[in-house]
Design a protein around this ligand. Structure first.
Ligand code: CU
Length: 336
């Protein structure tokens, strides 16, 4: 009784969650690539549900309608009345085979249809998985227009974007469910795929290959923008951040010394690659691989004690005096 109640409430809660475009949902898509995959998902889901319902009905029917209950008395032949029951076996096997063949054919057709994008990709993004964040490199025909960022990926709407995936340590897997495009990121190997979004918005993704302690906190934020906004964003990311002043300038010194071995800020001495590029940190809505909001309070707490939020994360707790911490924070906040 209680269990039925919980299940009913659970299902009822699921419906609005899906309708609201809950994070990581895969029951609706937003692009040329995700469309056929979402249809397939629903199709296979409904076929499976129909099979469960049909089999349950047949089973209940059979239990209800025991042929004369003859076998109870030891008359085994009653199980296959008149020897005609075998036909049902053939019918059952044939129907199952047809349904399975149809599902396979549909799956193969969808997979073949989404291998290549419908038109030439407008941009190529190189994504490298790290424990437990994503390095994101925008490649262009012109090397002078390439830059590196982290964790938040921007793409233009209505245009396919090529993704080149690899890993700096263990196997990760890149997945933004609403845009499809699930693909493993494997060390020493470049896997290519593509994604496309048809409306502007923020799509959530997640590493989907267990990669160690903080795997669950290795999210992805994908921002789809109009092509004009995307170009503006690209130009801004490409530029070096403005020269700091005041407390931020003092903080820059500490940053370069204590953090610059792991983090890069374009146009400065900080050029580390063990952690996310922070050149335009303030243009990102989240930190810690999409897991924490990038607001002043969280940022301050993160740089004083990252292990509190992501135990095991490969950023050690910085040993900075309270004043130096304030200055470094002011510097980070100048990285717009
Ligand atoms: Cu992972």
């Amino acid at each position: 009784m209680v269990r039925t109640f919980i299940a009913t409430v659970g299902c009822a809660a699921l419906v609005p969650a899906v309708a609201n475009g809950a994070p990581l949902q895969y029951l609706s898509g937003a692009g040329d690539k995700a469309g056929p995959v979402v249809w397939l998902t629903w199709g296979l889901l409904l076929i499976s549900m129909a099979v469960v319902v049909l089999i349950s009905a047949l089973l209940i029917g059979a239990i209800w309608h025991r042929p004369g209950q003859a076998w109870v008395k030891g008359e085994r032949t009653a199980l296959l009345p008149h020897g005609g029951g075998l036909n049902w076996l053939w019918i059952g096997v044939s129907v199952s085979a047809l349904v399975l063949l149809f599902s396979v054919a549909w799956t193969v057709k969808v997979l073949a249809g989404i291998v290549a994008p419908p038109q030439r990709p407008v941009a190529t993004i190189e994504i490298t998985g790290h424990q437990w964040w994503w390095e994101v490199r925008y490649l262009g025909a012109d090397p002078a227009r390439q830059f590196t960022t982290a964790n938040e990926i921007h793409i233009p709407v209505g245009q396919p974007v090529r993704l080149k995936l690899d890993s700096g340590d263990v196997i990760h897997s890149f997945w933004v469910p609403q845009l499809a495009g699930k693909m493993d990121a494997i060390p020493g190997q470049t896997n290519e795929t593509w994604i496309e979004a048809d409306k502007p918005g923020v799509y959530r993704g997640q590493c989907t290959e267990y990669c160690g302690l903080e795997h669950a906190r290795m999210g992805i934020v994908l921002v789809a923008q109009t092509p004009a906004d995307f170009q503006k964003w690209w130009a801004h990311q490409l530029a070096s951040p403005a020269q700091p002043s005041g407390a931020a300038l003092a903080g820059q010194g500490d940053f370069q010394m204590r953090c610059g071995g792991c983090h890069a800020v374009r146009g400065t001495e900080a050029a580390g690659a063990l952690g996310p590029d922070l050149s335009h940190l303030m243009s990102r809505g989240t930190i810690a691989s999409g897991m924490l909001p990038n607001d002043p309070r969280t940022l301050r707490h993160w740089i004083s004690d990252p292990q509190r939020y992501k135990p095991g994360a490969l950023m050690p707790t910085p040993e900075l005096s309270p004043q130096a911490l304030k200055d470094v924070e002011a510097y980070l906040r100048s990285l717009t």
